[in-house]
Design a protein around this ligand. Structure first.
Ligand code: TYM
Length: 317
């Protein structure tokens, strides 16, 4: 265990997970859990910029923990924890805020988008990349599996690590994202990036009816002989070789192609849903996993923070 490389990643508990989260990130967490010592967390303080109701946040956090376990993360192999259980994340974020300039943060896509839409941006959203840098750098991971939409945030973490190292001396390892090409950006039912905020998702744990509704709603833009948006999603479930026959046999028959996709989505979703239902009945177990994970994460984070506090000069000798 000690010699293994480290992996770290997180998900914001802001709503129902979709297949974009799964293929873009979670599947990698599961596939890599044997190879890496993995730290996977629930980014609940990040969610606070949009979820500001205690009951909802509690429910979303618990659901995300259940989702992680239902997709196959094994708490015996993975340290699974809640960001808010490790106060060192927010402590380090403050330190990063102090060495980062406003113009640098104003270059973030998230900030620019919000500005373009004339949205009033809260301070938490503005400094979001600094909390994310802290999440990552406390654990010195070798890889950070994320979808392409998070790449800029990893760059922020890398730049911030470098800036800190330049000011206070070598402290942080520069993190690398891990984004397999074929799942970097999962498209939604309208062909844009799948995202809760675009209302174009296929829910990961959705019932057959939910999946059917979403798939039947896929915009059937037929650039060539077959519906491109249906195919783009179908490719996640079957190899191009396997799909060739189905798409050749059903040229122009969009309904049949969508039905084939529903069956394939359902085949993956059913066991996940069943596992999820089982876990929902055992809240005590789920809470114990988070508690145990939080304990281990705090130890690692505190060891790193000791070094950081000494480097910046708040520790008196
Ligand atoms: P979040 O919660 O928005 O998304 C969780 C993960 O799902 C990926 N994802 C996608 N990948 C491909 N195609 C899509 N359509 C798609 N939609 C979502 C995201 O890229 C992400 O990997 N800021 C992060 C959470 C976070 C974090 C961290 C991640 C906080 N601290 C430290 C890694 C390391 C976020 O909001 O992800």
């Amino acid at each position: 265990m000690a010699d293994k490389q480290r992996l770290l990643s997180g998900i914001k508990p802001t709503g129902r997970l979709h297949i974009g989260n799964y293929f873009g990130a979670m599947r990698q967490f599961v596939e890599l859990q044997d190879k890496y010592t993995s730290y996977i967390f629930i980014a609940d303080y990040h969610a606070l910029t949009s979820v500001q109701n205690a009951e909802s946040l509690q429910e979303l956090i618990l659901n995300t923990a259940i989702d992680y376990l239902a997709v196959g993360l094994n708490p015996k192999k993975v340290v699974l924890f809640k960001q808010s259980d490790v106060p060192q994340h927010t402590e380090l974020a403050w330190i990063f805020n102090c060495i980062t300039t406003m113009p640098y943060l104003q270059r973030s896509h998230v900030f620019k988008d919000a500005q373009a839409k004339n949205k009033e941006i809260d301070v938490g959203t503005f400094v979001y990349p600094m909390l994310m840098a802290a999440d990552i750098l406390l654990y010195s991971p070798d890889v950070v599996p994320v979808g392409a939409d998070q790449k800029q945030h990893i760059e922020y973490a890398r730049d911030t690590a470098q800036k800190f190292n330049n000011i206070f001396g070598e402290t942080f390892k520069l993190p690398k994202e891990y984004t397999p090409k074929d799942s970097a950006t999962i498209p939604g039912v309208d062909g844009q990036k799948m995202s809760k905020s675009y209302n174009n998702t296929i829910p990961l744990f959705g019932s057959r009816d939910d999946v059917e509704k979403a798939v039947m709603g896929i915009v059937t833009d037929s650039g060539g002989d077959f519906p491109q948006h249906v195919y783009a999603i179908h490719k996640l479930y079957k190899s191009e070789d396997e799909l060739k026959n189905v798409y050749d046999d059903n040229k122009g028959n969009y309904k049949a192609l969508k039905e084939a996709l529903i069956a394939d989505v359902e085949e993956v979703a059913r066991p996940l849903r069943e596992k999820r239902e089982e876990l929902t009945k055992d809240k005590a177990y789920v809470l114990s996993v988070l508690k145990e994970g939080g304990k281990i994460a705090r130890e690692i984070a505190e060891e790193k923070m000791k070094e950081i506090r000494e480097k910046i000069g708040v520790t008196l000798q």
